[in-house]
Design a protein around this ligand. Structure first.
Ligand code: HEC
Length: 199
């Protein structure tokens, strides 16, 4: 490639490509390909400087003065807070196994019953695969604690599924409350014969 050697203002050697009349970087030649010594455009340089300035301000505000919060931190805290609400109240001191009498809990219990339990116990509690919930006969006892235990741990060998992982503690209490408050003592369409002991 034809080049002219010239000196610039700082007395540095430059070579000029005679075809294009552009400056070339000295000694930057790879397989005959030369690199032009063009200055970066001003807008690019300024953008670069502004980025550096922004980064310094960002760094100081965030890590030195802690005056800004990372968006990730806020997202993390928000996710943790909502996950805590969704989790079953495991081992929480306020959790008490007792009948929930309020209409909202009973309605929610009925929903669980309809969606999950009615397959085996029937919608009206008359019993099918699982026992009748309307009579006063119980295989495992009729206290809230006993029912809670059956629903949580199941009786797998008899076909009753454990719901410990599927239903939160509250959801289990709600469905049990629905059984004891709303289903007990009603007359189902086709009642299954009594199983267990009369209470
Ligand atoms: C796949 C069928 C099936 C499903 C679904 C099912 N159960 Fe059962 N359930 C049974 C069977 C079978 C038994 C009887 C267990 C035994 O003989 O010990 C039973 C027993 C019970 C008992 C104890 C009854 C007693 O006489 O002591 C309760 C309480 C109970 N189920 C509640 C529920 C609730 C609440 C749900 C829904 C969250 C549910 N079951 C879903 C099959 C089922």
């Amino acid at each position: 490639m034809a080049t002219n050697h010239i000196k610039n203002d700082h007395n540095e050697d430059y070579e000029i490509d005679t075809m294009t009349n552009q400056r070339l970087i000295k000694d930057h030649e790879y397989d005959g390909i030369r690199e032009l010594d063009n200055d970066l455009p001003p807008w690019w340089k300024w953008l670069f400087y502004i980025c550096i300035a922004f980064a310094i301000v960002y760094l100081i505000r965030l890590w030195v003065f802690h005056s800004d919060d990372l968006i990730q931190n806020r997202e993390y805290e928000f996710a943790m807070a909502s996950a805590k609400d969704a989790l079953p109240m495991k081992n929480s001191a306020t959790f008490e196994i007792k009948i929930l009498n309020d209409p909202a809990s009973l309605a929610s219990g009925k929903e669980t019953w309809t969606k999950i339990c009615s397959v085996c116990h029937l919608l009206d509690g008359g019993g099918l695969v699982g026992p009748n919930m309307t009579d006063n006969y119980w295989i495992h006892g009729n206290t809230v604690e006993k029912l809670y235990q059956v629903v949580a741990d199941g009786v797998i060998e008899k076909g009753m599924i454990p719901y410990k992982t599927q239903l939160s503690e509250r959801a289990r209490l709600e469905v049990i409350s629905y059984i004891l408050v709303d289903l007990q003592g009603t007359t189902p369409a086709i009642p299954k014969e009594p199983q267990g002991t009369a209470y």
